[in-house]
Design a protein around this ligand. Structure first.
Ligand code: URA
Length: 280
């Protein structure tokens, strides 16, 4: 398969089997090289002249590896005293449903702010009370937010407060109590989802199972650009999503310590769905 070898071998075969000959005549001296001898000489010369393909291959491979590394999006953790303060109240088991829901929504708003850091704006001209101004506006229609049911719904209110015209999809998943693997039971997303940037909402990135499944479902519908927002992430979940979908950037308010034997995040905040909806 090495083009260099193909060129050398085929040239040698054509010269050797085709009966080509070269005569060098200098006064009384003359020498004729033909057939396989000519093929061998040309083969050696070609082998020396054509650059080695292995080096080229190595260069391409290392460029590919570099490119792959660059596409592995780093997860972004919101490091801010205000976020730590909000999380302290959210984590506290004494915090009631109303406050828990409000705080989930608020933290989601900060996550959304961070996730839109590179959003492209469309140039518009407006008139302030003082002067005309060329500035940028977000085309909200280009974004779709997809909460993973049910806990993801708790983040939606905060998101729609900052991007009120974004389209909303829903992915329904529950955790199988024995295998801890996600089971998909509902999928409804806005029309032309493949043309939108999709931001998935799931407050607890624990094993990463639901996140990976949701991303795969959306990719199968043609979605090319995705982000994942969560309030708390476990290192195990982060690693899994980053490994399986390195193109999806994850934004989280905090990366916690580990998962316990029941796959709950430690220290975490308990069952986010139950706390948002007051079901326990
Ligand atoms: N889901 C939750 O709601 N909490 C966890 O700690 C893990 C998954």
């Amino acid at each position: 398969e090495d083009p260099k070898n193909v060129v050398v071998a085929s040239t040698m075969l054509v010269l050797g089997l085709g009966g080509a000959a070269i005569s060098i005549v200098n006064g009384d001296f003359s020498i004729t090289i033909s057939g396989m001898s000519l093929a061998a000489v040309v083969g050696i010369l070609l082998n020396l002249c054509i650059p080695n393909n292995k080096e080229e291959k190595k260069k391409i491979e290392s460029a590919d590896a570099k490119k792959e590394k660059e596409t592995i999006m780093q997860s972004k953790e919101l490091k801010h005293p205000l976020i730590e303060h909000k999380l302290a109240i959210l984590r506290d088991k004494k915090t009631g449903t109303k406050e828990f829901r409000e705080l989930t929504s608020e933290v989601a708003m900060f996550l959304c702010y961070e996730a839109m850091e590179e959003a492209e704006l469309e140039e518009v001209e407006i008139e302030t009370p003082i002067t005309k101004l060329k500035t940028g506006k977000l085309n909200e229609d280009k974004y779709a937010f997809v909460p993973i049911l049910r806990a993801g719904m708790g983040m939606l209110e905060g998101i729609t407060r900052v991007i009120p015209n974004a389209k909303i999809g829903h992915i329904g998943m529950y955790r199988d109590e024995e295998t801890f693997e996600p089971v998909n039971y509902f999928f409804k997303v806005p029309k032309h989802i493949e043309d939108k940037e999709v931001i998935i909402l799931g407050p607890m990135l624990a094993t990463g199972g639901s996140a990976v499944d949701a991303i795969e479902l959306l990719k199968s519908k043609g979605v090319k650009k995705m982000k994942f927002l969560c309030i708390i992430a476990a290192p195990e979940g982060l690693e899994r999503v980053q490994k399986e979908h390195p193109d999806v950037q994850i934004y989280c308010a905090h990366i916690d310590d580990h998962l316990n034997e029941n796959k709950y995040i430690v220290p975490g905040l308990g069952d986010a769905g139950d706390r948002i909806f007051g079901t326990k």
